[in-house]
Ligand binder design. Sequence first.
Ligand SMILES: NC(=O)c1ccc[n+]([C@@H]2O[C@H](COP(=O)([O-])OP(=O)(O)OC[C@H]3O[C@@H](n4cnc5c(N)ncnc54)[C@H](OP(=O)(O)O)[C@@H]3O)[C@@H](O)[C@H]2O)c1
Length: 326
Amino acid sequence: MKAFVHEYGELKVKDVQDPVAGRGEVVVHLHVAGLNRRDVGLPNRRGRTEDTLVLGSDGAGVIASVGDGVTRVKVGDDVIINPSLRWEENSDAPPKEFDILGMPDHGTFAEKIVLSAAQVEKKPEHLTWEEAGVLALSALTGYRALFTKGQVKEGDTVFIPGAGSGVATYLIQFAKNIGAKVIVTSRNVEKQRQAKELGADIILDTASDWTKELVNETVDLVIDSVGQATFNRSLEVLKKGGRIVIFGATTDDTVDFNLRQFFYGQYQLFGSTMGSRQELIAMLEHIENFKTHPVVDQTFSLDEAAKAFEYLQEGKQFGKIAVRMN
Ligand SMILES: NC(=O)c1ccc[n+]([C@@H]2O[C@H](COP(=O)([O-])OP(=O)(O)OC[C@H]3O[C@@H](n4cnc5c(N)ncnc54)[C@H](OP(=O)(O)O)[C@@H]3O)[C@@H](O)[C@H]2O)c1
């Protein structure tokens, strides 16, 4: 089968062996895989290693074969892949056996993938293959950050810097679904327009003076994954005692912040990452109930996967990038 792999420091499309389902496993014939920032960062982390790795965490397709003992799905079922490995029940942090699909295990940029039958869920019927293929990792991350850690509720005001990020598009949709007010920022005028169209209530230019612009707003919750470029400014717009949830640091991991202002403000800072299978199921129920459609910016073919990586690195996308297998 054809796969997009990393080996000897290079990214390329290559023929690799078809996977076979062992006991408790399924082979999924993938229609679409979804690109995440993690995929773009992994080649650097792996360096020039000779081991071939199929990249990719997100995907959706049809069950092609099942191994002995599999009863929860059958050949022909339409499924999405849960990239959060071995994290079943909701918990404050993932268990030590947790990993993300796509390293060290082979990922989804391939015509087929083999994985435990516990890692697939029924594809929501209202989604296209593209929408289903880009859903799981970002939507699960956004769901846990917003609901489990952020404890958002109807009538709250949520502030999200970096509106165009894949996760941010889900955050906007989920928060609006439950009746929260959403404030976003973006550096790009076109992304500001798209955020408005998606339902954001207030859209700020990232370069503007946020405290001045939001003088009449009470921000209950900040969800920031931009990192160093926005962390302190995000904290400035948060109400005293409010929550700030971090699950990424696109610009830089390290920030200086004023501890005295932080403890006097009685702010609450939460780290979050991905989510459990229990949260994935809750997220799928949420998008079914609200008939939410993921925002797909562009679709590339598997042969053009390297172009999809370049496109994500350019940062022009609003929402998710899909890779079609056929
Ligand atoms: N922990 C987890 O489980 C998990 C899961 C998913 C993602 N993540 C992380 O979360 C982050 C978001 O991921 P993503 O793929 O959804 O989005 P992304 O493509 O990393 O988007 C980043 C956003 O940050 C904004 N941004 C970038 N540079 C900026 C700068 N210098 N100043 C201000 N804003 C800037 C951009 O907003 P505008 O272009 O709109 O201005 C862009 O939309 C990444 O760091 C990713 O690694 C973590």
